[in-house]
Write a protein that binds this ligand. Structure first.
Ligand SMILES: NC(=O)c1ccc[n+]([C@@H]2O[C@H](COP(=O)([O-])OP(=O)(O)OC[C@H]3O[C@@H](n4cnc5c(N)ncnc54)[C@H](OP(=O)(O)O)[C@@H]3O)[C@@H](O)[C@H]2O)c1
Length: 320
C-alpha cells in the first residue's frame, strides 16, 4: 500500500511516500480502507520529534495521521461492534502508525459509525478535534445550558467544534479570533465575537463560567487574560497539555477559586454522540482545504502557520 512515512524527525522534507505491506489487524482491531485523513498540529510536532510528553512514545519509522474516515475491510476475531463494509471514522493508534496511508489497523474501540450525511473528507476532519472539544467543555468544563463560555482559538479545528457543541447545549458562546475570522465565528453561531487584534476582551468581559482555551498559542499572558474574565469558582480548560500551568497562572487561579484543567480528548465513546449531532445538522464540519495525500508537505506547511480556519484534510482515495 501507499503511505507517507517518516524515517527520521525533521522538517517537511522527512515526509516520504513509500510502498509498504498492508498492516494485519490484531484480534481486537479493525483494518480500515482509508478514504481520508486530516492534518492536526500534533502531526507536525511528531514529525519534528515530539515534545516532552510525546517523545518517549515516538518510534521510527512512523506513519503519521490521527484522524481517519474509511470503510472496514477486515475485522479481528474478537471484534463485535463492526463488520466488513461499515463506513467508520475515528482516531487510530496515537501515537503509533496512523492514517496517512491506504490502510490502517487499530483497536475497534477507537472508531464509530461515520455520520451518513457527510463525505469521507468531511468525516476525517471530525474525530480528534471534536473529541477534545467535547471532553474539555462537557466532561471537564461541566458546561450547562444558559452558562457563558469564552472560547480562545475559536476559528481553528478544535475551536470550530467547540463553538457549535456549546451552542447546541444552549450556552451563551463568546469566541475570540483575528479580524479575518470574525464573520466566520458569527456564522458558526457565536453570540459575541472578539477580534484579538483590535479588542481587549479581558477589559470588557467578566463572570464567565468556563474558558475553553483552544488556541495553539502557548503563553501565560493569554492564560492570565482568561483567568481575569472568569467568575469566582469558574473553570479554565486548556487543550495544550504540553504547556502546564505556570506558578503565576496557578496563583491567579487560586485567588479566584478557579479550577484549571488540561484536556487530552481520549474518550472515543463520544464519537457516536458527536456523529448524532452531525447527522441532525446541529453541528457542521468546516474543511478549508483538501490536499491529495502526496501533497502532505504543503498541508503541514499550512498547518504550521497557526492560522487554519476549520480543518485541513488529506484525500487518500476518491469517494465514488
Ligand atoms: N489535548 C489534545 O488532545 C489536543 C487535541 C487537538 C489539538 N490540541 C491542541 O489544540 C490547539 C488547537 O488545535 P487546532 O487543531 O484547533 O489548531 P489549528 O486549527 O491550527 O488552530 C488555528 C486557529 O488558531 C487561531 N489562533 C492563532 N493565533 C491565535 C491567537 N494569538 N489567539 C487566538 N487564536 C489564535 C487561528 O485564528 P486566527 O487565524 O483568527 O488567528 C486559527 O483559526 C493546538 O495547540 C493543538 O496542539 C490538543
Amino acid at each position: 500500500m501507499k503511505a507517507i512515512r517518516i524515517d527520521e524527525f525533521g522538517g517537511t522534507e522527512v515526509l516520504k511516500l513509500v510502498n509498504i505491506d498492508r498492516p494485519i489487524p490484531e484480534n481486537d482491531e479493525i483494518l480500515v480502507k482509508v478514504y481520508s485523513s486530516s492534518v492536526n498540529p500534533v502531526d507536525c510536532t511528531m514529525r519534528n520529534g515530539g515534545n516532552e510528553i510525546l517523545r518517549p512514545f515516538l518510534k521510527l519509522p512512523m506513519i503519521l495521521g490521527c484522524d481517519v474516515a474509511g470503510i472496514v475491510e477486515e475485522v479481528g476475531s474478537e471484534v463485535t461492534n463492526f463488520k466488513k463494509g461499515d463506513a467508520v471514522y475515528g482516531c487510530p493508534n496515537f501515537p503509533g502508525d496512523g492514517s496517512y496511508a491506504e490502510f490502517v489497523a487499530a483497536k475497534s474501540n477507537r472508531f464509530a459509525i461515520k455520520p451518513s450525511n457527510i463525505s469521507f473528507n468531511h468525516a476525517a476532519a471530525v474525530p480528534l478535534t471534536s473529541l477534545v472539544a467535547w471532553e474539555g467543555i462537557f466532561e471537564l468544563g461541566k458546561l450547562e445550558k444558559g452558562q457563558k463560555i469564552l472560547i480562545q482559538g475559536a476559528s481553528g479545528g478544535v475551536g470550530s467544534f467547540a463553538v457549535q457543541i456549546a451552542k447546541a447545549k444552549g450556552a451563551y458562546v463568546i469566541g475570540v479570533a483575528s479580524t479575518d475570522n470574525v464573520e466566520y465565528l458569527k456564522q458558526l453561531g457565536c453570540d459575541e465575537v472578539f477580534d484579538y487584534k483590535s479588542q481587549d476582551f479581558e477589559n470588557i468581559l467578566k463572570n464567565i463560567d468556563l474558558v475553553f482555551d483552544a488556541s495553539p498559542i502557548r503563553n501565560d499572558i493569554d492564560r492570565l487574560k482568561s483567568v481575569k474574565v472568569l467568575k469566582n469558582g469558574g473553570i479554565f480548560v486548556s487543550v495544550n497539555v504540553d504547556y502546564p500551568f505556570s506558578e503565576i497562572v496557578n496563583e491567579e487561579m487560586d485567588n479566584k477559586n478557579v479550577i484549571g484543567k488540561m484536556v487530552a480528548g481520549q474518550n472515543h465513546a463520544n464519537l457516536s454522540e458527536i456523529a448524532e449531532l452531525i447527522s441532525e445538522n446541529k453541528v457542521n464540519v468546516f474543511v478549508s482545504k483538501v490536499f491529495p495525500l502526496e501533497q502532505v508537505a504543503e498541508a503541514h506547511k499550512e498547518s504550521e502557520t497557526w492560522h487554519v480556519r476549520g480543518k485541513l484534510v488529506l484525500e487518500v482515495r476518491k469517494e465514488i
